[in-house]
Design a protein around this ligand. Structure first.
Ligand SMILES: Cc1cc2nc3c(=O)[nH]c(=O)nc-3n(C[C@H](O)[C@H](O)[C@H](O)COP(=O)(O)OP(=O)(O)OC[C@H]3O[C@@H](n4cnc5c(N)ncnc54)[C@H](O)[C@@H]3O)c2cc1C
Length: 417
């Protein structure tokens, strides 16, 4: 346990959001404490990166380290119909000439360890196997710190003018306080596992993410990792997935039979390890902040993973949170109101991705159909798919998408309680 009890910032959780915020704040000279419930390295889902992850990784000084590792290089995404018809891979480098156009498929155990080491090296204090039990509040309701349990079971109180909840889908700070808003149309579940020796496409296509449709039902991800491993998952409505069995292995086998490309690619491979299941409904908490507290990454919002946006949004929100917290500490004002701009920026980017996800699930929509009718929107669509969703104006793209799909109203949010 750390000798100190008082810090400038407490960060709950050492996923990509938490370690980004921790590294950047420590770099700015802030006294940062990271509390993580697990011992690293630990397994985590979220293996396919979006090209725009590069910019946060570059700011963290980690691009060279990423190149040194054996992570699979991802040049493109491709889509496959249920009968096995494969689209042309969509190569990011055809859209823009920048190092970020080649991204990675990552083992999260290794990636998150790199990120955590970086936060430590920059000066953040890190306690693993130290779950946060609850946030501490003063009489006015302001968050003033956290209570955490150390590896030996003893409880500790830590204090800081601001706590950043990066605890992922556990949502430690706000999970139980009525801030939770489900995204009603994106109520899906996922079943996934790993295969060795399954087929890879040749050349630079060997690292493609493939999104393979299950007729009218859902989709598969097929993500090639290193050491000849492929991550394969199926995402669909719960009632459909669990219609005739509760056994994830049986469900997976049934679904593999429903996509000719997946079946053919897995035919020579061997499944290993456990089958994982998650209810992965999308959500957004109502507020990104309150006095003394900020939410980042999945602790703030989770979006259906069809476009691999989760780690990107975690990195980006960790970065935005670090800048907002640093400015708030300098101003001596860590009230919820201070974080209004942080929430507005984050929500704008998430809403742009969210519209794309809704279109994906609309049976009247296909990217091919939309681009045929509106070839001038290809560039903007690509901007969205690579993660350039925070600065650009997508009004015209959304207009074109609306001709084929019903797009959702923005989820309501307020910057503070
Ligand atoms: C089925 C599925 C597939 C996905 N596929 C992709 C993909 O291909 N690409 C992609 O980019 N994203 C994907 N995602 C999303 C991605 O996993 C998340 O968006 C990303 O991990 C969010 O990062 P984070 O830092 O916010 O949270 P996390 O990565 O979840 O990290 C949170 C950390 O907080 C810790 N923690 C939790 N509770 C406590 C506590 N009480 N005290 C202390 N520590 C705590 C956890 O142990 C964890 O280390 C997928 C998600 C799902 C469910």
């Amino acid at each position: 346990m750390p000798a100190n009890t008082h810090y400038d910032v407490i960060i709950i959780g050492a996923g990509p959001a938490g370690t980004t915020a921790a590294a950047l704040l420590a770099e700015k000279g802030r006294r940062v404490l990271v509390l993580e419930k697990e011992k690293f390295p630990r397994y985590h889902i979220g293996e396919s990166l979006m090209p725009y992850c590069w910019f946060t990784l570059n700011r963290l000084g980690l691009v060279d380290e990423m190149h040194k590792r054996a992570f699979t290089k991802k040049y493109s995404v491709q889509f496959v119909t249920p009968d096995g018809h494969q689209s042309q891979p969509f190569y990011f480098f055809q859209h823009y000439d920048h190092p970020s156009a080649v991204t990675w498929q990552i083992e999260r155990s290794e990636f998150d360890e790199i990120m955590l080491a970086n936060a430590r090296n920059k000066g953040a204090e890190v306690c693993e196997q130290t779950p946060v039990q609850r946030v501490l509040k003063d009489d006015s309701g302001r968050v003033i710190g956290v209570e955490a349990k150390g590896p030996d079971g003893a409880s500790f109180h830590f204090y800081a003018p601001v706590t950043v909840d990066c605890s992922g889908r556990d949502r430690v700070a706000k999970g139980r306080e009525g801030w939770f808003n489900k995204d009603p149309m994106l109520n899906k579940m996922a079943v996934w596992s790993y295969w060795r020796g399954a087929k890879r496409d040749p050349g630079i296509d060997a690292g493609n993410t493939t999104v393979a449709y299950v007729e009218g039902r859902g989709w598969f991800w097929y993500i090639p990792l290193k050491d000849d491993v492929i991550s394969v998952g199926v995402v669909a409505e719960k009632d459909y997935l669990f219609s005739d069995s509760k056994d994830p292995a049986k469900i997976m086998e049934r679904e593999i039979g429903r996509n000719a490309w997946i079946k053919e690619h897995l035919a020579g491979g061997t499944q290993f390890g456990e089958y994982w299941v998650t209810a992965e409904f999308s959500y957004r908490t109502k507020h990104p902040a309150q006095d003394g507290l900020l939410l980042a990454g999945d602790a703030f919002a989770f979006l259906d993973p069809v476009f691999s946006s989760g780690v990107f949004l975690a990195l980006k929100s960790g970065e935005l949170a670090a800048d907002a917290v640093d400015a708030a500490l300098t101003a001596g004002d860590t009230s919820g109101a201070r974080f209004e701009q942080y929430g507005a920026t984050l929500c704008r980017g998430i809403e742009n991705m969210r519209k794309l996800v809704y279109a994906f699930y609309d049976e009247n929509f296909s990217f091919g159909k939309m681009i045929k009718a509106h070839p001038e929107q290809r560039g903007k669509l690509t901007d969205c798919l690579i993660g350039d969703v925070f600065e650009l104006d997508f009004t015209e793209l959304h207009g074109a998408m609306r001709q084929f799909a019903e797009l959702p109203a923005e989820l309501p949010y307020g910057y503070k309680v």
